[in-house]
Design a protein around this ligand. Structure first.
Ligand SMILES: Cc1cc2nc3c(=O)[nH]c(=O)nc-3n(C[C@H](O)[C@H](O)[C@H](O)COP(=O)(O)OP(=O)(O)OC[C@H]3O[C@@H](n4cnc5c(N)ncnc54)[C@H](O)[C@@H]3O)c2cc1C
Length: 447
């Protein structure tokens, strides 16, 4: 590739404060809100026109269960619970406590406004339509980040930075060690559809007519949208074979994802009823996985599924290992109680097994798993915390931890950690995770 040399230029500093969060999904916004509640002056930089990331721009409208595996005890609270309760009061969220895997379904459009209010009431300085575009370092600290928006290239100075960009854009620019799993979980372009369907109808349609519009028999799911009767959220299929941390692949995935969405609409209109229609497309394709960055603790399937306990835990969860296959239209699930399911396509019967029996495990299964604070600690940069799906994890653990009730907790922990490291004037690497856990608990987390 040819290069050109960019001229040095003076860059205006448009904001200075305690914490700058890059990426404004619930992960990033919850980091910001927890830090603001502890007295920090906080800014969030978000490239879309809204907070929420995959839950709003991607329209993905399920936050899983906040209760332990047997439904005996609430193990997740904090901002996830606050936001869901507020949506419920407005008729925009339904909870089916008994169903761990679709426990909280909400209207993703209502969530957009809910997160606006959360940011406004906490005095978060918000930069929408703004891309994080580079970092300035001094020794082992990030001094400033560059941002690009309609004002051109400007800069933000802060004492602490949280990288909540999903892909780990700041970590990439800082040269942190990264890796990709051999089998990257593929993305999906979600959309909202008018018109009722059942799983059998979709399976029949794809089996009989999918080839007419280039749709294969892929595994997928859909669910109702509370507050919008007759509308469902669709994640019926995937886009395969692309690495969405690359600009060209990201563009190609948007084209292919939208093509697939409209192909399904075409079949529904032609073979079932002309009344079906796409009423909202995701404004950004839903990315399941790109790069991972090395931190002090690597989450792993064994610790997770056997329920390892940590005195510095910052996350509790029950959501199953859920790996969308990169190469064969299938999906693998592993539950804490041992149940294992592998499903291929929409029509074929799932293959069932038991991973606990296979591993020779007897006795009680864990009712939840935990993740310790060192998952958030990279070793080089004294004032940077990565939080979100760029987490250091093997593919099984990632399959479980990537869901939003979990990434939301990582965001909250990152915000609290920034506040405490600033208060104690110590690098993030010197923080005592047990203190973070106590502060999270005092601030409403169920830890
Ligand atoms: C189709 C699909 C279905 C899923 N289903 C579920 C489900 O039912 N329930 C569930 O809980 N989880 C589900 N997941 C997983 C979950 O949504 C994601 O793993 C989770 O949202 C990741 O959160 P994150 O904050 O790390 O990343 P993201 O949600 O990707 O958020 C990153 C944010 O950073 C912003 N950003 C990125 N780069 C920059 C930059 N350079 N400058 C400024 N801003 C930037 C983005 O716009 C975005 O707002 C699903 C994922 C997909 C793709």
């Amino acid at each position: 590739m040819q290069t050109i040399i960019r001229k040095e230029a003076r860059v205006p500093v448009v904001w200075e404060g305690d914490l700058c969060v890059l990426g404004g999904s619930a992960t990033g916004l919850f980091a910001a809100v927890r830090a603001a509640r502890m007295g920090l002056r906080v800014a969030v930089v978000e490239r879309e026109n809204m907070f929420g990331g995959t839950a709003t721009a991607g329209l993905v409208n399920i936050w899983h269960s906040l209760w332990d595996f047997d439904g005996r005890e609430q193990i997740i609270a904090g901002l996830t619970d606050e936001v869901l309760e507020s949506l419920k009061r407005k008729g925009q969220c339904l909870t089916s406590a008994g169903d761990r895997n679709t426990a909280n379904r909400f209207n993703p459009i209502a969530l957009v406004r809910e997160l606006d209010i959360l940011a406004e009431t906490h005095g978060i300085r918000t930069f929408f339509h703004t891309l994080y575009a580079g970092a300035e370092t001094e020794g082992n600290r990030v001094r400033a980040v560059y941002i690009q928006n309609k004002d051109g290239l400007t800069a933000i100075r802060a004492e602490r930075f949280v990288d909540a960009t999903g892909d780990g854009d700041l970590m990439r620019d800082l040269g942190e060690k990264r890796y990709f799993h051999d089998r990257l979980q593929p993305p999906t372009a979600g959309f909202l559809l008018r018109g009722e369907t059942g799983a059998d109808l979709i399976a029949w349609l794809i089996r009989e007519h999918g080839s007419e519009v280039g749709l294969d028999d892929d595994w997928g799911w859909f669910t109702d949208v509370p507050g919008l009767p007759g509308i469902s959220f669709r994640a019926d299929n995937h886009v395969f074979g692309l690495d969405l941390s690359r600009a060209d692949d990201l563009t190609a995935a948007e084209f292919e994802g939208r093509r697939r969405a409209f192909a399904l609409e075409t079949l529904l209109k032609k073979y079932v009823s002309p009344e079906y229609g796409i009423v909202n497309l995701c404004s950004a394709i839903g990315i399941r996985e790109t790069a991972h960055y090395v931190t002090r603790y690597q989450a792993n399937e064994k610790d997770l599924l056997t329920g390892a306990r940590f005195e510095d835990a910052v996350l509790r969860g029950t959501y199953r290992v859920d790996v969308h296959h990169s190469d064969d239209n299938g999906i693998t699930f592993k539950e804490l109680n041992g149940e294992m399911t592998v499903a291929y396509g929409k029509g074929s019967p799932p293959v069932r097994g038991n991973w606990r029996e296979d591993a020779g495990l007897t006795g009680e299964y864990a009712r939840w798993y935990e993740v310790p604070f060192p998952l958030l600690i990279q070793e080089t940069w004294q004032n940077v915390i990565p939080a979100g799906r760029m987490m250091h994890a093997d593919d099984g653990a990632f399959g479980a931890l990537r869901v939003m009730v979990n990434t939301n907790q990582l965001g909250e922990a990152a915000g609290v950690a920034c506040a405490l490291s600033l208060e104690e004037d110590i690098p993030v690497q010197e923080l005592d995770g047990r203190r973070i856990r106590r502060a999270l608990s005092a601030g409403g987390s169920a830890l």
